[in-house]
Design a protein around this ligand. Structure first.
Ligand code: CP3
Length: 345
């Protein structure tokens, strides 16, 4: 089975000749090929055009020669069939014109979604699988219930998540019902992506780090686990909970296969907290890619020396590629990680 993607072996905690590498947000505005596509179509239109999504991802995988292709899509369009009016404004990021703020909002939100409403995501998975070489994994993805809820409640991006936390604390039952709906909609999406050919899936909890561990445990973990339970046995799941290393022990109680680690704690410490049962993915600070090739190699070596030989280690950034990143710096990082294979252990 030499064609089996390295990522899948790592996710099963099997030894690999070198750690697999891919980069969160590896396709995007830092790539000229992506900007050329975006000159012609809006972001939402792009997300709804599987052929273009597959092309954008294949361009990125071709340029970087990473070991996995995360499908090109976004975490927020799933809010549309749930009843939210989503738009992406140039420069301002996502906007939801009818945010979720009170009990009466639950009645206008769909109880569940029909797979047909997001068939374009499944077609993107199938098309991506068709154009990406077999030895590279195709990763499906979705937003975690908390991160989706934060956009739905705030109406867009946020720094403090004040409305989200207020709803969560002052209306815990309403919050719980809303989070369950989000978890179930995400399950529909991820199960469909797996059925369409995704080898593994990643759940992005980009903003859960805004919470303290106790609150995460009370208001978030049960809903994340509800989602993970639906996915069990279908495909390996990577749970990426960013922003707050104090949540890592909480994440390590969930039934994911791998945990994503941001850059806010050392990979050595992260591996210690997580223990031997999970694959571990991360954790290069994305701003390192703004420096120079020598620094990039040195920082990559630091992580590889600490975790590169641990079964189940997957090299990645600690969050997405920044739009100011020179493409050749991302290419250099991938090269450096692949050369680690050749160095004697
Ligand atoms: O290679 C890839 O990973 C591309 C696929 C991808 C996108 N978004 C494309 C995108 C993935 C995996 C995402 C996930 C995503 N989307 C997250 C979780 C990851 C993270 O960064 O924490 C979040 C929070 C979102 C929500 C979102 N989508 C925001 C906040 C924005 C605007 C700001 C930004 O980062 O650009 C988007 C738009 C978006 N999603 C773009 C891309 C390439 C930029 C759209 C454009 O202007 O062309």
């Amino acid at each position: 089975m030499t064609d089996e993607p390295l990522l899948l072996r790592a996710l099963r905690l099997e030894p690999t000749p070198r750690p697999p590498i891919w980069l969160m947000r590896q396709a995007g505005r830092y790539m000229p090929e992506y900007r050329a596509v975006r000159d012609r179509v809006s972001f939402l239109e792009l997300c709804r055009t599987p052929r273009l999504c597959a092309q954008v991802m294949a361009d990125a995988v071709g340029a970087l020669d990473v070991d996995a292709a995360i499908i090109f899509s976004d975490i927020l369009p799933i809010l549309i069939p749930l009843g939210f009016d989503l738009d992406y404004l140039p420069g301002d990021g996502p906007l939801i014109r009818n945010p979720f703020r009170a009990a009466e909002d639950l009645s206008r939100i769909a109880e569940t979604i029909d797979p047909d409403q997001i068939s374009y995501i499944f077609e993107t998975v199938a098309e991506t699988r068709r154009v990406i070489p077999r030895r590279k994994a195709v990763i499906g993805f979705a937003g975690a219930p908390f991160t989706l809820a934060s956009y739905a409640v705030e109406g867009g991006g946020s720094r403090l998540f004040a409305r989200t936390k207020t709803l969560m604390r002052s209306a815990p039952e309403l919050w719980s019902r809303f989070m369950d709906r989000l978890a179930d909609a995400v399950a529909v999406s991820l199960l469909g992506q797996i059925a369409s050919g995704a080898d593994a899936v990643q759940i992005f909890d980009s903003w859960a780090g805004a919470l303290a561990p106790d609150e995460y445990r009370t208001f978030v973990a049960p809903h994340t686990e509800r989602l993970l339970t639906r996915l069990r046995g279908k495909a390996p799941v990577i749970y990426f909970c960013a922003g707050n290393p104090a949540l890592l022990p909480e994440a390590a109680r969930l039934s994911a296969d791998a945990l994503g680690i941001d850059w806010r704690l050392s990979i050595r410490e992260a591996c210690r907290i997580v223990g031997p049962k999970f694959a571990v993915q991360g954790n290069l600070d994305p701003t390192v890619l703004l420096t120079d090739k020598k620094t990039i190699r040195a920082e990559a070596a630091r992580i590889l020396n600490a975790a590169g030989r641990r079964p189940g280690f997957i090299f990645n950034l600690g969050h997405g590629v920044l739009k100011e990143t020179p493409v050749e710096h991302a290419v250099e990082l991938v090269r450096a990680v692949k050369e680690f294979a050749l160095s004697p252990s």
